[in-house]
Design a protein around this ligand. Structure first.
Ligand code: SF4
Length: 347
């Protein structure tokens, strides 16, 4: 039986997809799923979720894992700061909260990587706290449902949406309401061509009534991505190559890649490694190639300079503080997607 005034309950029970993290109120599993699903579609995130909770079934196992192990499981998902923050968060939960997630929104938000949305999701799904969880999908639904013309994604607009949804969720169980809003956004109120006839809000939605689905939501203006030029060095010497671990504070911190230099412009015709290697009978340079790699805030033009050398020891003298590996061993180390694209081409 559905609650009086709760428009989403019956719809959710009949139409929602069965997803593994919806069957649990364990805050650890909910947290893992929420972090994986940030910037990631459900179909892509599902195998990562299963691998992650199999390898790290508890806060303790994650807190005690090495960075390499966690980044390896995360490999291919992108936005690696999520994985690094999860490790830090697990260590804090283990040390300061005796291994159990805190059950208040304020305490949850003190944990690295847990912002307003994730705190609300964990708070409502695991602890039944009455607070709307507002992600991109929910912003779109709310903007259309209430006919909001203000650009979405700003703190002001989120506050308005939170107040409206808090009122809307009153007759509903908090977890069900939040799950339903996300589900409506993901499966019915899609960015293009929303399926209004399938929506529980069809009869009251302002965008539906006024035919504003194509106009709403109004998006905030985004900055154009910055262009970044990177030159990578791939050496094959007697079946060995050299990698380095990125230690600087960047999106790829902790991942392994070929030695590289950042340039201000595309150095396609200028070999930045020419001081390291001379074309002679011991060293041969092969044709470099460039890959364009798109991230949310950066467009990366990465050129791979390839050399083969007769003796690994000659290379070792020139290239210091790098990790010498057999080519067959590279795949054991966590790497970003651009590095995987290089590996596909050269190995
Ligand atoms: S009625 Fe249509 S536009 Fe309105 S919330 Fe539902 S799917 Fe979105």
């Amino acid at each position: 039986m559905t609650r009086m005034g709760c428009k989403t309950e019956q719809w959710y029970e009949e139409k929602a997809r069965n997803l593994p993290w919806r069957e649990t109120s364990d805050p650890y599993l909910i947290w893992v799923s929420e972090i994986i699903l940030q910037q990631t579609r459900v179909a892509q995130g599902l195998p990562f979720y299963y691998n992650f909770i199999t390898k790290f079934p508890s806060v303790k196992s994650l807190a005690e894992a090495s960075e390499d192990e966690v980044l390896k499981i995360w490999q291919g998902l992108g936005y690696y700061s999520r994985a690094r923050n999860m490790m830090k968060a697990a260590q804090i939960i283990l040390k300061e909260y005796k291994g159990s997630f805190p059950d208040s929104i304020e305490e949850l938000k003190k944990i690295p990587g847990i912002g307003n949305y994730t705190a609300a999701a964990i708070g409502s799904f695991a602890f039944n706290i009455r607070i709307p969880a507002i992600d991109g999908n929910v912003r779109r639904v709310a903007s259309r449902l209430y006919g909001l013309h203000e650009p979405i994604g700003t703190p002001n607009s989120d506050k308005k949406i939170e107040a409206l949804l808090l009122n809307e969720m009153q007759p509903c169980p908090p977890a069900l309401f939040n799950q339903a809003m996300m589900e409506i956004g993901a499966t019915v109120c899609k960015p293009a061509n929303p399926e209004c006839t399938q929506c529980p809000y069809e009869d009251v939605c302002v965008a539906r009534i006024k035919n504003l689905q194509k106009i709403l939501p109004v998006k905030s203006v985004k900055k154009a991505p910055r262009e970044v030029y990177l030159d990578y060095l791939f050496i094959n010497a007697e079946g060995f190559t050299w990698l380095q671990k990125r230690t600087t504070d960047s999106i790829w911190k902790g991942l392994y890649e070929f030695p590289n230099i950042q340039n201000t412009k595309n150095s396609k015709d200028v070999n930045p490694f020419q001081d390291w290697f001379v074309n002679n009978e011991d060293t041969q340079m092969h044709k470099p190639f460039t890959i364009k790699h798109q991230l949310t805030h950066q467009t990366i033009f990465a050129t791979l300079w390839q050399f083969s050398c007769k003796e690994a020891n000659i290379v070792e003298e020139k290239i210091q503080d790098k990790l010498r590996l057999k080519l067959s061993e590279i795949h054991a180390f966590p790497a970003h997607r651009l590095m995987l694209k290089f590996l596909e081409k050269v190995i």
